[in-house]
Design a protein around this ligand. Structure first.
Ligand SMILES: [Zn+2]
Length: 183
């Protein structure tokens, strides 16, 4: 079994073959332990080990949605306060001041309402995005098991699963695509 299982499907040898997990482990290890003037250097991982690492799925950046909701909330608050202020000041002549010219008043009152509706819609989109992210995160985590069985050939710069009948392989750069196809 081991005679062919860890043999590279391209060069049909295993002298340059290493488990991806140990490539990544040794890559980050050598970075941490190198003391030859590289202290504090940012490249603690080698290019290869960072290419083959199984990192967590990056979280979507929804700062824009947050800021948008905050801004809309402030606008809604300010306009609502303004509407209250206007109503309080025209109380003496409510029938006269408002009923004679309803349009600006309706406009002022509708602005906070529209803001709140938009906030509600943004919140719903954000909740949906969150749900989608959780789903793709679960799919991402399912690829961890095949990743742990993955081999890498230094000669051909390819990754491959040892127990594939078809002896499939992929460029190291396309590792995640390969994993996705074999999950
Ligand atoms: Zn090879």
């Amino acid at each position: 079994m081991s005679e062919w299982s860890d043999v590279c499907p391209l060069c049909h040898k295993n002298d340059q073959v290493q488990k991806v997990t140990s490539v990544v482990a040794s890559g980050s290890l050598s970075g941490h332990h190198s003391v030859e003037g590289y202290e504090g250097h940012s490249s603690s991982q080698t290019d290869l080990s960072s290419k083959l690492a199984f990192g967590p799925l990056p979280e979507p950046n929804d700062a824009a949605g947050c800021i948008g909701m905050g801004c809309l909330f402030i606008v809604a608050l300010v306009v609502a306060a303004f509407a209250v202020f206007v109503t309080a000041n025209t109380k003496g002549s409510v029938s006269g001041a408002i009923s004679s010219n309803m349009t600006p008043f309706v406009l002022i009152v509708s602005i906070p309402v529209v803001c709140l509706v938009i906030i509600f819609l943004i919140a719903r989109v954000r909740a949906n995005n969150r749900k989608d992210f959780k789903k793709s995160q679960a799919a991402h985590e399912r690829m961890r098991a095949p990743w742990e069985r993955l081999y890498y050939c230094h000669r051909n710069d390819v990754v491959f699963l040892p127990d594939q009948d078809s002896r499939s392989y992929a460029d190291a750069g396309k590792m995640m695509t390969y994993l996705r196809a074999h999950t």
